[in-house]
Ligand binder design. Structure first.
Ligand code: PLP
Length: 404
């Protein structure tokens, strides 16, 4: 059992007031709040362990290098990667997908080839592929979403052809909350000899991920969605794939030797990490992972499921409520509309009550089009949220509904 009250004390921002009301933070799918230990790690890094890493012979540089490389190992253990060479630090999920899209397209795609994504993707798993597809004349095929907000597996099966080269789908939808059947998705792709990228931005904060057990080729996520700092994230790639792909950016760190005639590239993981990395961010990221591990991902998942079930039950009593995403396997995301109240008005009025929710298309415009709406109100929960907060939220909704 999680001790929610003591957990809340680790997150100073949760004691804040907004518009004179206690903050109720239900925008966790966009970014999570940071525990004291993560912020302290950043402060301590800059105060005591700050020197550029990897090439320094002096004490501070070596200490900073050790901390950064230890952080990589912590990420490796967290997602059960085989080797820390398979952990590439990026600026986040978006950059990790852009990296794979660019390098994979350079190395593996020719005109007429096909890749498969899904209708429920975040723009960051659509647009990088479109940019690259346009460069090489590649076709993007899209798995449709069913009425309950699940991927249509029958259609997925039919999308494969002898030209399919990659599948890139989200592990968990940031709009619908759907946790996709990644085992089946990966098995089906592998049966066609096709590698898979999973966008784990929404999944890793809520469930255990084992990339070896999944046997997935690429897995990407952002630190800021799992209680870590902004501006850093991870690309996991199977070593044989990362070895095969060309570098994404050029610069310091990613080279072995440079001359005007010929440059040779560094080994993994450095081949994909051009320039000074966020070596303070990486250690704070590792601290966030350890914080979550101390709580236990199974306990987190069970508690968040309880919150989601409670909120879903309570919101279902409103006349004219539409909940988007009714998959049996669902993370703590509740997207909804009530009657014809505009999502933006709802968000603004809830904000006056101190309640932070997200409104709009959630960077998933193609999904919105498919659902026939402009946007939703999205409440997304974390282990530091409580049923009492959900009660306040429901009271707030009730007030808003009565105003209209
Ligand atoms: N993928 C999903 C499913 C997301 O929810 C998000 C962010 O909301 C992203 C990708 C992009 O993450 P970032 O902005 O941290 O790169």
């Amino acid at each position: 059992m999680l001790d929610i009250q003591s957990i809340r004390e680790d997150f100073p921002i949760l004691q804040n007031q907004v518009h004179g009301k206690p903050l109720i933070y239900f925008d966790n799918a966009a970014t999570t709040q940071k525990p004291r230990s993560v912020v302290e790690r950043i402060e301590n890094g800059y105060y005591n362990v700050n020197a550029n890493i990897h090439r320094g012979v002096h004490f501070l540089s070596q200490a900073a290098t050790e901390a950064h490389e230890e952080a990589r190992k912590i990420v490796q253990r967290f997602i059960h990667a085989r080797s820390s060479n398979e952990i590439i630090f990026t600026r986040g999920t978006t950059e990790a997908i852009n990296l794979v899209a660019s390098s994979f397209t350079d190395e593996c795609l020719c005109e007429g080839d096909e890749i498969i994504i899904s209708e429920m993707e975040h723009h960051s798993n659509i647009v990088p592929w479109q940019i690259q597809a346009a460069r090489k004349g590649v076709t993007i095929k899209v798995i449709p979403v069913t009425e309950t907000g699940e991927l249509c597996l029958e259609s997925y099966r039919n999308l494969f052809s002898e030209k399919t080269r990659l599948v890139s789908v989200t592990h968990m939808s940031n709009v619908l909350g759907t946790v996709n059947p990644v085992r089946e998705l990966i098995d089906m792709a592998h049966a066609h000899d096709v590698p898979v990228l999973l966008d784990g931005a929404q999944a890793v904060p809520h469930m255990q991920v084992d990339v070896q057990e999944l046997d997935v080729e690429f897995y990407v996520f952002s630190a800021h969605k799992i209680y870590g700092p902004t501006g850093i994230g991870v690309l996991y790639g199977k070593e044989e794939w990362l070895d095969r792909l060309p570098p994404y950016q050029g610069g310091g760190e990613m080279i072995a030797t440079v001359s005007f005639e010929k440059t040779t590239f560094n080994e993994l993981p450095f081949k994909f990490e051009a320039g000074t990395p966020d070596y303070i961010g990486s250690t704070a990221f590792a601290e966030a992972i350890q914080y979550v591990e101390r709580l236990g991902l199974d306990q987190i998942a069970a508690y968040e499921h309880e919150l989601l079930t409670y909120a879903t039950e309570r919101i279902s009593t409103f006349d004219g409520v539409r909940i988007f995403g009714q998959a049996p396997q669902k993370g703590a995301v509740l997207s909804f509309l009530i009657g014809d109240i505009h999502h933006y008005d709802m968000g603004m009025l809830l904000d006056r009550l101190g309640i932070a929710v997200r409104t709009g298309h959630h960077c998933a415009q193609p999904l919105m089009k498919e659902l026939g709406i402009e946007g939703t109100v999205r409440a997304s929960f974390s282990f530091y949220n409580t049923k009492e907060e959900i009660d306040h939220f429901i009271e707030g909704l009730d007030r808003v509904v009565k105003m209209f």
